[in-house]
Design a protein. Sequence first.
Lengths: 444, 340
Amino acid sequence: MKDLYQGQRAMRNMRRQAMQRGVIAVLDIGTSKIACLVLQFDGPSQFRETDGVGPMAGQSNFRVIGTATTRSRGMRYGEIETMAETERAIRTVIQSAQKVAGVRVDHVIACISGARPASYGLAGEIVLPAGKVGEGDVARVLAACEVPDFGRGREVLHAQPVNFALDGRSGLSDPRDQSGSRLACDMHVLTIDGDAASNLVHCIRRCDMELAGVASASYASGLAALVEDEQELGAACIDLGGGTTGVSVFIKKHMIFADAVRFGGELITQDIAKGLRVSHAVAERLKTLHGGLEATGRDDREMIELGGETGDWDTDRRAVSRADLIGIMRPRVEEILENVAGILDAAGFDSMPSRQIVLTGGGSQIPGLDVLASRMLGQNVRIGRPLRIQGLPHNATAPGFSSAIGLALLTAHPQDEWWDFDMPTEHYPARSLRRAYRWFRNNW
Amino acid sequence: MQGLNPFHRDQGAGGRPAPVRPAPARPAPVAPRTPRKDPAPSRLAYRLNRMMLRPLVRRLVHVGLPAFLAALVAGIWLSDDTRRANLTGGIDAIVDRIQHRDEFMVKMMTIEGASPVVDKGLRAMLPVELPASSFEIDLEKLRERVLKLDAVETVDLRIKPGGVLSAVVTERVPVVLWRHARGIELLDKTGHRVASVTSREVRGDLPIIAGEGADRAAPEALALIDAAGPILPRLRGLERMGERRWDVVLDHGQRIKLPEDKALQALERAIALNGALHMLDRDISVVDLRQEARPVVRLGLEAQNAIRQARGQPELGPDGTPLAPEATAGNAAKAKKKSG
């Protein structure tokens, strides 16, 4: 885990550098669209006390100066499938965002939605010789966490200390300077497929950008779509994206679980295209304009012109009732939600005090989804739109942008990660001494 | 082909012609649609675009490059001598044409308050021949040059509408003559030179002063002359001694030596003494008032000899040394002869 530690630290430094320069881009690489927001960090002095704007967890420090969206290419299930195509799409979106912003952006923070995320809860415990928690003890207890075998080719995306316990007093968020003899911590580690992550890094490098951070898209959309109380009391955010459906569970303002289902809105479109024998573009149009999940009697009578450009008159002049369309879409959405329910069960969502479920992402705009979801997942379901941030154009406030906006919020107010703490120093001298020894042996 | 059709076999050799069937309405052939251009910028375009967003590069391209090109074109164009000459000639011609418009021309010069000599000198000083453009006449410079004329105290130069260069001159008024080693000059009341004269008779009405540095003390001299009053008919002039103090020179070789400061009071004192004692009517060659507390009078030679005769001492010669008695007699005889 040393390499990862160094790599993440390098990204942290890059992010700090970018914040000093004041301009940073966040990039949400999804399966159906790629969104880029260019953020300008003006510092907290932008508003005065009299304006009634507090620090707001760093949200008042920045504003969006450029937004661009483009259709995603070469992506499947939230992973990069064709590098060159994805690179082109990233170039397009970055160039247009730069054009809107009028500034050059060198640093980018990206989020990745697929790549088979896996959550682990880690626990560690140390004895405090000083009888008091010092600065280094936090890092020591994080390093003391029992690391399970993640499997081959897995990379740690997030490693966040979630909870500290001091001599049986649990639920501490900041144990520093408190007295006690044993310090324990719980850490949430999110791993993803290493190849997918390195593909993403490579793609962004090829666009001449410096990667200043990577986050999980489900985590980011949870940050944007959940309100503060929901994050505190416990909630799950379900991000219905194009290729994947991300699930993240929050409690006490920390993410404790994240996963993704490899089903998404693209699959619904495919079902429509297959079921009605129309092209993909027509199916997408039908889904977005006429789609629904709850059929009523009126929907039988509402006929939808399919249209099309096959050249065959009969084929192009077909019409289906909206009930037919709903009949195609509903099973697929049910299947997605069943998978989500399975994930939530696996995460132990039932045992949480407040079982709030927030649906966001582009797929949450299907009419009737809240009714279906509350029937399948539980009563506390709402459709969540992302938080409003300064300078965001109206067309980027849709639920589909919640992971991009969450990433911007995460950039402004980063969550403590394991690599933010200085490693316990006892590892370093041994290693460098060994290196020096080896160098001497090789050269003399 | 129709012979092969089994349905037509029993219909005779002629057979029924095949019915004319309209061709089914086929969709018009759709022209292959040109694929949409890839909206993604090429790597080169992307890099160039990002480079152009650098402030330095942007400024260089938007400002530096056009400026450089303009300078380059101008430089190449101007590298030819003929073109350069044409350009400067053209500019000069335009400037010339504007400057020589009728509105800017000065046609005549009027001079007020100048004597004929100064008038002539002033006209000669004008750097250009009239009529000339007013741009060519530098009034400030001309004024400085005119003020260098000693006879001119102030001059007011202006170009009036209608092309008239007007000069209003105030001349210096000579009030005293100054005789020095190089000739005789006229001075005004501040001691500034007005003109030179060849002899004293040219301005017999003016008092005369003499000696080095007398011009610098001319105001004091004038005050002294004003104060001379009763002895004015006898006054021949003032002489500056050692650029420091004044001697009042009277006729019969009499002299009043005045102190360096408070000269006026000393002179008034001498005049008062004269009024009371008729001092200057006696045989006194020098009245020395240089020390205020102790005025000294030097007797003339005649008076001294009279006293010496009365005392029975040998008389003094003109050089101030005592004469032998016979020489004295001889001298007396000679003097008698001369006077006779």
